[in-house]
Ligand binder design. Structure first.
Ligand code: AHR
Length: 510
C-alpha cells in the first residue's frame, strides 16, 4: 500500500505563528553560562560577553522568541540581583540545579542584549513562587518605561537609556511544582493579583501567560479558564483597549508543559535499541491528545479561541551524559531527537488555531538542545537541523492535511508510520514536512495537492542516518545533517516520492 497525503486549502485562513518555533534558556547547568555567556574577558570570541559562534548558528534558525530565566529558576530569581556592575552582583545558590554558585553576571541587560544580537523577542518569566508583586511590577517598569520613574532611572544609571521592547511575560512557572506546590484554586487567585500589577508602559501591551497544566492535569486547565480569566477578547495592540479593562483578569496565554521522557527510569540518549526508539515515538505522539483535550476545555470557556495555548516547555529528557553533573541535564541528541522534534512541530502546526507559541527545552547544552558546546567547540544537533528545515512554516498559512498511512508496529503496539503538516507561504510556496517513524521501512508516498493552484516544481531536504542512534560529536560534528532530496515526481499537482526509513523530510513545491 502507498501512503496518501491530501493537502487541503485552508478555508479558515489559520496561520502557523512563528512563535511555535520558540526556545528556552534557563540558568541551568551550562545553558546560560558557557553556552551563551562566556564573559567579556573570555578567549572564546564574544560580543559583550555573549558567544559569537552560538549567536551566528542560532541566527540561521530565525528564532522568534527566547524564554528566560527559567523554568524552576524563575520562581527563585530576584531580578535586582542581576543588574548593575557585575563585580557587585551577589553570588547566590542555584537551588534547583545542582546547588552551584550563580554569580548573576548574566542578568536582564545581558539577556536583552542576547535577544537583540539574535534578532529575537524576549519572553520573560516572572517570580510568583518566592517573589513579591512589587518586584514583578518593578521589573516591567525597569524594562519598558520610557518616562521618569525610579525603575526607569535605575535602568538609565545602569547604562540603558531607552526601554526595551517586551511583549511576552509569564506569571510564574510550574506553580503546581517547583514554583510553589500550589493548588490551582490558590494559584488562580494569585494569578489575578500578580497580573493586575503587570502594567502596560509602552505601545506594546504585555501579553500575559499564566502557569498552565502539567501534562494531563485537565482540572488545572478547567479552573484557570474559569477563574483566571474574565477576558477572552483577543490580545490587542491597542493600549487604550486594554487600559479600561482594569477589573477583569487578563490572561492571553495558558502554558502547558510536556516532556517526552520516562520518569520512572530515565534512559540513555544515545544507547538504545528499537524497543526504546518505539517507546519514545509513542511517548511523543501523546502531545496530540494533550493538546486536543486541553483545547476542548478551553473551547468551553473561550469558543472564539482568544486565549492561546503556550507549550513553553517540551522536548526529550534523557539520562545525563555519563560523568556529568546530574543537576545539569546535559544529554546528547540523536536522530531519534530529530524525529521527536519533527513530530512535535507538526502537531503544533496542525493545532495553530489554539497553539500560539511553543518553546523547546532548552537552547544550549541542556535537555533537547539545538547546540552543544565544549570549551571553544560547538556543534549543531539533529534537532537544530529540524528547526532549520522547518523554519519555512513560520508565519505561513496552515494547509490542513489528511493522511492515510500504514502502521509502524513493534511487538503488539502500533503507531501511524507517517506524521505530517503542511503550509503555504506568502510567495505561494507550499511546504510539507513528513516524519517517517519506522526505523526499518521506507514508504512510497502519494501527495494530492489538487485543491491548490497549479504547482510546477518540487524539491526536498532530508535528514536521516544509517543508525537510529547516530549523532554529532565534537570530533565528528557533521554525521547527521540534511541532504538534498530530489527524487520527487510532480504531475498535475500530484507528487510521488519514497521517504526513507527513520527520516524527516521537508518538500518545497512551487
Ligand atoms: O527544563 C527543565 C525544567 O523542567 C524546568 O526548569 C522546569 O520548569 C521543568 O520542570
Amino acid at each position: 500500500m502507498t501512503s496518501l497525503i491530501n493537502v487541503n486549502k485552508n478555508s479558515k485562513n489559520e496561520v502557523i505563528s512563528r512563535h511555535i518555533y520558540g526556545h528556552f534558556a534557563e540558568h541551568l547547568g551550562r545553558c546560560v553560562y558557557e553556552g551563551i555567556w562566556v564573559g567579556e574577558e573570555s578567549p572564546i570570541p564574544n560580543t559583550r560577553g555573549i558567544r559569537n559562534d552560538v549567536v551566528d548558528a542560532l541566527k540561521k534558525l530565525n528564532i522568534p522568541n527566547v524564554r528566560w530565566p527559567g523554568g524552576c529558576f524563575a520562581d527563585e530569581y530576584h531580578w535586582k540581583d542581576g543588574i548593575g556592575p557585575r563585580e557587585s552582583r551577589p553570588s547566590i545558590v542555584n537551588n534547583n540545579w545542582g546547588k552551584v554558585t550563580e554569580n548573576n553576571h548574566f542578568g536582564t541587560h545581558e539577556f536583552l542584549d542576547f535577544c537583540e544580537q539574535l534578532g529575537t523577542e524576549p519572553y520573560i518569566c516572572g517570580n510568583v513562587g518566592s517573589g513579591t508583586v512589587q518586584e514583578m511590577q518593578e521589573w516591567i517598569e525597569y524594562i519598558t518605561f520610557d518616562g521618569q520613574s525610579p525603575m526607569a532611572d535605575l535602568r538609565r544609571k545602569n547604562g540603558r537609556e531607552k526601554p526595551w521592547k517586551l511583549k511576552y511575560f509569564g506569571i510564574g512557572n510550574e506553580n503546581w511544582g517547583c514554583g510553589g506546590k500550589m493548588r490551582v484554586e490558590h494559584y488562580a487567585d494569585l494569578y489575578r493579583r500578580y497580573e493586575t500589577f503587570v502594567r502596560d508602559y509602552s505601545d506594546i501591551p504585555i501579553y500575559k501567560i499564566a502557569c498552565g497544566p502539567s501534562e494531563a492535569d485537565y482540572h488545572w486547565t478547567e479552573v484557570m479558564m474559569r477563574e483566571g480569566t474574565g477576558r477572552t477578547e483577543p490580545y490587542s495592540d491597542n493600549v487604550m483597549t486594554s487600559a479600561w479593562e482594569h477589573y477583569r483578569p487578563n490572561m492571553h496565554g495558558l502554558s502547558l508543559h510536556f516532556y517526552t521522557r520516562n520518569r520512572a527510569n530515565y534512559d540513555s540518549s544515545t544507547e538504545f535499541t528499537e524497543e526504546k526508539w518505539f517507546d519514545y515515538m509513542r511517548r511523543t505522539v501523546v502531545m496530540e491528545e494533550l493538546i486536543q483535550r486541553h483545547t476542548a476545555i478551553m473551547d468551553k470557556y473561550d469558543p472564539e479561541k482568544n486565549v492561546d495555548l503556550i507549550v513553553d516547555e517540551w522536548g526529550s529528557w534523557f539520562k545525563v551524559e555519563p560523568g556529568t553533573n546530574p543537576g545539569f541535564l546535559y544529554q546528547q541528541n540523536t536522530l531519534r531527537d530529530a524525529l521527536i522534534a519533527g513530530i512535535n512541530l507538526n502537531i503544533f502546526n496542525n493545532h495553530c488555531d489554539r497553539v500560539h507559541m511553543a518553546n523547546i527545552a532548552q537552547l544550549v547544552n541542556v535537555l533537547q538542545a539545538v547546540v552543544l558546546t565544549e570549551g571553544e567547540k560547538m556543534l549543531l544537533t539533529p534537532t537544530y537541523h529540524v528547526f532549520e528545515m522547518y523554519k519555512v512554516h513560520q508565519d505561513a498559512k496552515l494547509l490542513p492535511v489528511s493522511v492515510s498511512t500504514k502502521n509502524y508496529s513493534y511487538g503488539e503496539d502500533t503507531l501511524p508510520m507517517l506524521n505530517v503538516s503542511a503550509s503555504q507561504d506568502d510567495s505561494g510556496k507550499v511546504h510539507i514536512s513528513i516524519c517517517n517513524l519506522d526505523p526499518n521501512n521506507s514508504e512510497q508516498v502519494h501527495v494530492n495537492l489538487k485543491g491548490l493552484s497549479e504547482l510546477s516544481s518540487a524539491s526536498g531536504r532530508l535528514l536521516t542516518a544509517e543508525a537510529m542512534t547516530e549523532h554529532n560529536t565534537f570530533e565528528n560534528p557533521n554525521r547527521v545533517e540534511p541532504v538534498a532530496f530530489n527524487n520527487i515526481e510532480l504531475k498535475e499537482n500530484e507528487l510521488s516520492l519514497t521517504i526513507p526509513s527513520k527520516s524527516v523530510l521537508v518538500v518545497e513545491i512551487q
